[in-house]
Design a protein around this ligand. Sequence first.
Ligand code: WQD
Length: 337
Amino acid sequence: MRVLVTGGAGYIGSHTLLELLAQGHEVCVLDNYTNATPEVLTRVRTLSNRTILDYTGDVRDASMLDKVMQDFMPEAVIHFAGLKAVGESTEKPLYYYDVNVGGTLALLRAMGRAGCRRIIFSSSATVYGEPIYLPYDEAHPTAPTSVYGRSKLMAEGILSDWAAAQGDVSAVLLRYFNPVGAHASAQIGEDPKDVPNNLMPYIAQVAVGKREALTVFGDDYETPDGTGLRDYIHVVDLARAHVAALDYAANHAGARHFNIGTGQSYSVREMVRAFEKACNRSIPTQQAGRRAGDIAAMQADPRRAAAELGWSATHTLDDMTASTWAWQSANPHGYDT
Ligand code: WQD
């Protein structure tokens, strides 16, 4: 299938490109490089030994979208392009709604003009908000507590209404839990532009000597060791979920959302210990209070994806930490060669 991947030079997008190419799909990338670098595609091309058509542009740009659609004629779109920093979203709400919601609207309009009828959307478990019960299944009520989460839920609603109105289109909405890890080659991985907001890249930068110590946000949660629990999922498992979603979209009309997690959660302290085992060095930590907006525990019920997408995560915690360390130690400055 010809697949347009918006945001394809990003962390999850680049890993998904490799899985798509490995399954024989033809891919095209549209990225504006606000949170990525062209070096990523150079490495993906080398790793896959395949040609990848790519365009530099913004997913909100209708004329750019029309050019890509006319040149490549995608049979499906995987829509990663978006902003994802929870804290920044609170400071810049209009920017986040413009990109995450406006960009999705512009893309759907361009797909309509081009007759493209399938989309896989990069959503987030953050749409659930505070858990009423755990693990979260897809029936759990949604009540996002950040602009970022609300922007994702709005985009989900637009996609659902579009699918209902069109009838012969498919929208698969993937609610990611916590993506971590890197490709086995250690040539691609997570490379945050500034100080990492997320736990795993921050730990990796401490391990490689780029940061002094990890600040542990909160040790008084109602969890076994008092620190936050999350359902971490290896990025290659997450990438494979997109390939499975593509196959599902080819055979199902309408909109359907899926939790993409492992069903297992780990605490901050468990992640630190696992990483120390992977890198064989101590990770200094300092204790701080809870981070605003953080939830004590998140964990996926991944049964719907297993039953309907035929997909389940297979990578272990050791795979997540070892692959992150391999990437970070081989690329101490990320893609800045
Ligand atoms: C995990 C745990 C922190 C950093 C967010 C978004 C989510 C997705 C992933 C985009 C928490 C603790 C973290 C640190 C720490 N983003 N922590 N010290 O907040 O679960 O999810 O990122 O798709 O949508 O909401 O991930 O990695 O920031 O935090 O103690 O320096 O690690 O308190 O318990 P989070 P995270």
